[in-house]
Design a protein around this ligand. Structure first.
Ligand code: ATP
Ligand code: MG
Length: 557
């Protein structure tokens, strides 16, 4: 049954998180939804994070709640301010606003106090075992772990030692604080997990105040609880952490945040590990985090993706409970769909072959009006000059063409879009037999707007040579050649699958009005694709990134 008063976008079924939230609201389990997006500031955000952002912010928006941006800066070693700034910029670009900007480090005092509470309850202890010993004694999936010889220290001794850890009395790795849970638990994460470790490194926010830092599992749920996060949404690999998340909250008796897991976004031909993306940047396989071939949000932005297209994509892939691999063409389709509605049109020739219109006077020019967007034929127009010498795309001419070929061929006719019908009357070749120039005639009676309208099978794009404006175009292909980058076996370097042809640089010859375009969003080169101005553009040189090609660039419109 359709609901006539519901907008089209509302038609889809609720995803499992929406179902949970609606039930929690209906049951009065929570009054207002609070979510958070918790990036670790150790890299730039990628399309997978965009999915998580759209989900966290989107759910809060839909149910009238709030979302915090919380930087998970519990690890002082590899985090940096550059990343914090880029993360904020990317979320805002996607169109979302956080209620509060928080840092896990804001809560270090509270976390420390709670660790003390757990010690006092006999639920945490200081362990002197080395990292290696702790690992050895943890047991395996099939064998239980062994209790630490330090497990039964008195509460008093633990309090003193933990205080001394904080005061800097011990070296890195000399002691750790562990939760006292169960060394024979089936879930290995419950075998007395680490809560604090000693790292004598200064932290970008807390400076040298701390030399002990909380582990993810102790910090995350407690931070959620402090912020009264009602629905803490994370990716599937954290489902085994949930019992621990709950154990800490229960043991402390604090605000009961709950964790829910969904399947992370995986895309074909794409890597999303921050560590590997960083390696690509550091070793200059790409020009930077914002290289338009990168799956980063800043890369997509530079390439010409719109926030709408990324949000629509995130919405369309839905929320899965099981890991899956999404075809990257869905992301590409999403930007095509959005730009198709909104982008300005121009003609540009990228692989030119020159046409001489023999029966057109030398020096004469005629301008044709063409709509900026075919969906709005009465809207803004551009003026396209027609003259004696014209560039067409090399692939739009074929000397020995089959009958089904409706572009230009010897003695054949084609319409130059918005302009005259042209007939090919001569083919000039170089010594090697390559076509260098075509001679044509135009039919003066075929001018658009003059009756009767004569139609021919093919229409191609074209640009008058003397009026054409050159632009550098960067044609991108997928960065990797392997469909499932997650399937690379251990020991095989993912860089083996880098696509050597992922960037091809060419010159496009465009109609002159392109130079007046403010290019707030990408433009369409008719029959070719969408192109967006790159920041490498200078007053002398326009540089354009191909956002995406048109779906059926080989078929005529
Ligand atoms: P990486 O493993 O590449 O370092 P991460 O998951 O550690 O990524 P975080 O900064 O911790 O990166 O991620 C912030 C949030 O984004 C987390 O809640 C995480 O679950 C989510 N996230 C990260 N990658 C994806 C993905 N591919 N799909 C959906 N959500 C993701
Ligand atoms: Mg993480």
């Amino acid at each position: 049954m359709e609901h006539p008063d519901k907008p089209a976008g509302e038609e889809r079924q609720l995803n499992f998180l929406e179902e949970i939230i609606e039930k929690d609201l209906a049951d009065g389990k929570c009054k207002e939804i609070q979510t958070r997006f918790p990036p670790e500031p150790n890299g730039y955000l990628h399309i997978g994070h965009a999915k998580s952002i759209c989900l966290n912010f989107g759910l809060a928006q839909k149910y009238g709640g709030k979302t915090n941006l919380r930087f998970d800066d519990t690890n002082p070693v590899k985090e940096g301010e550059e990343y914090v700034d880029s993360i904020k910029e990317d979320i805002q670009w996607l169109g979302f606003h956080w209620a509060k900007e928080c840092y896990a480090s804001d809560y270090f005092d509270q976390l420390y106090e709670w660790a003390v509470v757990l010690i006092k309850k006999g639920l945490a202890y200081v362990d002197d075992q080395t990292q290696e010993e702790i690992r050895m004694n943890r047991g395996t999936i099939s064998t239980p772990g062994k209790n630490s010889p330090w497990r039964n220290r008195s509460i008093e001794e633990n309090l003193v030692l933990f205080e001394e850890m904080k005061a800097g009395k011990y070296k890195d790795g000399e002691k750790v604080l562990r939760a006292k849970i169960d060394m024979s638990a089936n879930n290995i994460l419950l075998r007395d997990p680490l809560m604090y470790r000693i790292i004598h490194t200064s932290h970008q926010h807390t400076g040298d105040k701390w030399c002990i830092y909380p582990m993810y599992d102790f910090a995350h749920g407690e931070c959620d609880s402090i912020e009264h996060v009602t629905h803490s949404i994370c990716t599937l690999e954290f489902d085994v952490h949930r019992p621990l998340y709950d154990w800490f909250i229960r043991s402390l008796g604090i605000f009961p945040s709950h964790q829910y897991e969904f399947a992370r976004l995986n895309l074909t031909y794409t890597l999303m590990s921050k560590r590997k993306l960083l390696e690509l940047v550091r070793n200059k396989y790409v020009s930077g985090w914002d290289d338009p071939r990168m799956p980063t949000i800043c890369g997509l932005r530079r390439r010409g993706y719109t926030p709408e297209s990324v949000r629509n994509f995130a919405e369309s892939v839905g929320v899965a409970k099981r890991d899956n691999l999404i075809d990257i063409s869905r992301l590409e389709n999403s930007v095509r769909e959005d730009l198709n509605k909104r982008s300005n049109r121009y003609m540009a020739v990228i692989d030119p072959i020159k046409v001489i219109v023999d029966n057109w006077e030398e020096g004469k020019v005629e301008y044709f009006d063409a709509p900026m967007n075919p969906a709005d034929p009465e809207g803004a127009q551009r003026r396209v000059p027609f003259a004696r010498e014209i560039f067409i795309e090399r692939k739009d001419f074929m000397e020995n063409a089959p009958k089904s070929y409706h572009r230009l061929k010897p003695d054949g006719e084609v319409r130059f879009k918005y302009s005259y019908i042209i007939k090919c009357v001569g083919v000039i070749k170089d010594a090697a037999g390559n076509v260098t120039e075509l001679h044509c005639t135009y039919d003066p009676t075929s001018k658009p707007g003059t009756a009767p309208w004569r139609s021919v099978k093919g229409t191609i794009h074209w640009v008058a040579c003397d009026y054409a404006k050159p632009a550098e175009v960067r044609l991108f292909e997928r960065l990797f050649t392997l469909e499932d980058m997650g399937s690379i076996p251990e020991g095989v370097d993912y860089k083996t699958y880098l696509n050597p042809d992922s960037l091809v640089v060419k010159t496009a010859y465009a109609e002159p009005d392109l130079m007046k375009d403010t290019m707030d969003i990408a433009v369409q080169f008719e029959r070719t694709g969408y192109f967006y101005r790159d920041p490498d553009t200078t007053p002398e040189k326009l540089v354009l990134n191909r956002t995406v090609s048109l779906k059926d660039s080989f078929r005529l419109p």
